[in-house]
Design a protein around this ligand. Structure first.
Ligand code: FES
Ligand code: FES
Length: 149
């Protein structure tokens, strides 16, 4: 049993303590915006925020997330209003297939919370998510758009 705070809602889940947080979010809680890509903390498709820090949930035991504030892509919009990162993604038409994009947006949101005006080097250092559709240039441009919103 673990008690989780996901997007501001407390939930009790019946899982083994070493279950990856990703599977709890998707299977137990039913929030499927957080994606499975590699399972080994490489691709970033499973990125969520743990106490505001971008974290790859496929490689985090659920026991390590208990008592912390977990935010998923479903928790970014407030009262139906998209975050400035989500809005920039829409306006800049970033996604192709879209599979990686929830994780990408979560990683970018954490970066902008820490560095509101990131340089290209800041972006290169922080955003290591993999996009098989190759949207990297659109991602970069949308980050700058969101930073100047
Ligand atoms: S699924 Fe977690 S980093 Fe790829
Ligand atoms: S938009 Fe298709 S993998 Fe990134």
């Amino acid at each position: 049993m673990a008690k989780l705070n996901i997007n501001g809602t407390l939930r009790d889940v019946e899982v083994e303590p070493d279950t990856p947080l990703l599977w709890v979010i998707r299977e137990q809680v039913g929030l499927t915006g957080t994606k499975y890509g590699c399972g080994i903390a490489q691709c970033g498709a499973c990125t969520v925020h743990i106490d505001g820090v971008a974290t790859r949930s496929c490689s985090l035991p659920v026991s390590d997330a208990a008592g912390k504030k977990i935010t998923t892509i479903e928790g970014l919009a407030v009262n139906g209003k998209l975050s400035k990162v989500q809005q920039a993604w829409v306006e800049h038409d970033v996604p192709q297939c879209g599979y990686c994009q929830c994780g990408m947006i979560m990683a970018v949101s954490a970066l902008l919370a820490e560095k509101p005006k990131p340089t290209d080097k800041d972006i290169d250092d922080a955003i290591t998510n993999i996009c098989r559709c190759g949207t990297f240039q659109q991602v970069r441009e949308a980050i700058h758009m969101a930073a100047n919103a």
